[in-house]
Design a binder for this molecule. Structure first.
Ligand code: HEM
Length: 456
């Protein structure tokens, strides 16, 4: 069913855009140094390709789907994770799945793949429901920060579904340290680009380092407590056992901690943002929100553990997909060319960086009608089939496609269905919503909405 009849044209907020190109050096100052999607020109959202020099690096930004397909799929073997990114992330996630390449990446992807197949994820639907209801039990009529609720629910879910509910992973200290570690990325990025040692320059930098240390130590202890046998038969247990079977003990331990950190962080922060942005968009569309709430109530009537739940939520799924288009939680990701290549007409030298920008692609004038406007009908089956599959990349593409894509989608749908069935979300009058973040895209300073309990 199309939604055009009930959607008011709505252009949700995005950072201001300049008319002309923005000089690369601007990326190191002001808001642009803190927020990846800040400071773009209108021209960037219409260009087929951008190329920049950044502190001696050549950075290519292909913006046509077929060019991106070349990088992520057709010649994926030539485009590895950049050394700069590895250095930036090494202190937190080491050489885990997200930040490794070649055989080490392939071995790790094989080890975790079984946990992310459809059947194990469908079995988590009751876990998603319990976490959603647990967080909503603390809500009250009135102002609630749904961004904080998004973090609480996804952290609970990742701890319960991958780490046997380890209480050390859901503490307030953990929440604060992760936020500090992410807030410090802007400063660390500049140090990495300048080839400087990664040392705190500011209070923010100090907090970020403390956050990274806390995460490594906590997850190191969690892995140590399990021992080489891995303990329970959950994600962490099977991961530890498979790593010890394949690698020498020292390496296996380090990789277990790297992947524990990778999955703990990649597995909750992105989905938390997707939840917050989706609720924000629905808060601005009261009629659509009512329809989603009715769909959720009907779908949940089939039972909280129903594996068909996601299929019973087609409208909510379209809203979620549109939210991931407008506010992709990972607004950019990068590769580095191993050997010389051509991306369409553009020559690439070994060592060049290739940046893929869902933020630009998802709002590109050549790919979307009225690109900044909210319209879930873009994801009706016919419209989707007419689009190039590399025009929409919230989860990346090719062999490095997000391994948690199905987990995140079903988790988000289940959580949103429970929340929308029981609560109504309205904007907080006078509150301007802004984006922020260098690696993930968060609502700046949280996302307070006005909640009211639905009467049944
Ligand atoms: C809405 C939620 C999510 C979004 C938008 C998202 C986005 C992405 C993107 C864009 C990539 C590709 C990065 C690249 O190619 O460089 C990726 C990779 C990855 N994601 Fe997600 N993700 C989400 C949820 C999750 C969840 C729930 C998990 C785990 C439970 C997860 C774990 C990972 C891992 C481990 C990788 C690296 C895969 C590899 O390189 O083989 N993500 N994600």
């Amino acid at each position: 069913m199309a939604d055009a009849d009930i959607i008011r044209r709505f252009v949700p907020p995005h950072p201001p855009r300049t008319e002309g190109p923005v000089a690369a050096w601007r990326g190191f100052f002001g808001e642009r140094a803190r927020t990846a999607v800040y400071g773009w020109s209108e021209a960037a959202f219409g260009a087929p390709y951008l190329k920049r020099k950044v502190l001696g690096y050549t950075v290519h930004m292909p913006l046509r789907p077929e060019l991106i397909q070349h990088v992520l799929l057709d010649n994926a073997a030539n485009y590895v994770k950049p050394d700069l990114v590895k250095r930036l992330l090494a202190r937190t996630i080491g050489q885990g799945l997200l930040s490794s390449d070649g055989d080490l990446w392939r071995d790790q992807r094989k080890i975790v793949a079984a946990n992310f197949a459809p059947a194990p994820i469908d079995r988590l639907i009751p876990t998603f429901a319990a976490a959603a209801n647990g967080v909503a039990a603390r809500w009250h009529d009135g102002e609630v920060d749904v961004a904080a609720s998004g973090v609480a629910v996804t952290m609970r879910i990742i701890a319960d579904s991958l780490f046997a509910g380890d209480a050390r992973l859901t503490t307030e200290a953990a929440v604060n340290h992760i936020k500090a570690a992410l807030d410090g990325v802007g400063e660390a990025r500049l140090q990495v680009l300048l080839g400087l040692p990664l040392m705190p320059w500011s209070l923010k930098g100090k907090r970020a380092h403390a956050g990274q240390r806390y995460l490594r130590e906590t997850l190191g202890q969690v892995v140590k407590d399990r021992g080489p046998g891995g303990g329970p038969d959950d994600f962490l247990g099977t991961l530890i056992r498979a790593l010890y079977a394949k690698f020498p003990p020292g390496e296996a331990f380090a990789l277990a901690v790297d992947n524990a950190a990778t999955f703990y962080l990649a597995g909750h922060e992105t989905t938390a943002n997707a939840l917050a942005w989706t609720l924000f968009l629905l808060s601005e569309q009261p009629a659509l929100q009512e329809r989603c709430a009715a769909e959720a109530a009907a779908a949940l009537a089939a039972g909280e553990a129903d594996p068909e739940l996601p299929e019973r939520l087609p409208l909510l799924r379209r809203v979620l997909e549109e939210s991931l288009r407008l506010y992709p939680p990972a607004p950019r990701f990068d590769r580095q060319a191993a050997a010389a290549d051509r991306i369409g007409d553009y020559a690439v030298n070994p060592g060049d960086i290739v940046s893929i920008w869902p933020w630009l692609l998802h709002r590109h004038r050549a790919l979307w009608d009225d690109p900044d406007a909210f319209d879930p009908d873009r994801f009706l089956p016919g419209a989707r089939a007419a689009r190039h599959r590399f025009a929409y990349l919230p989860f990346g593409g090719g062999p490095r496609l997000c391994v948690g894509m199905r987990f995140a989608t079903i988790e988000a749908l289940a959580v949103l269905a429970h929340w929308l069935r029981a609560w109504h979300f309205a904007p907080l009058p006078g509150r301007e919503v802004q984006v922020s973040g260098m690696i993930t895209m968060r609502p700046k300073d949280g996302l307070p909405l006005i909640l009211s309990r639905r009467s049944h």
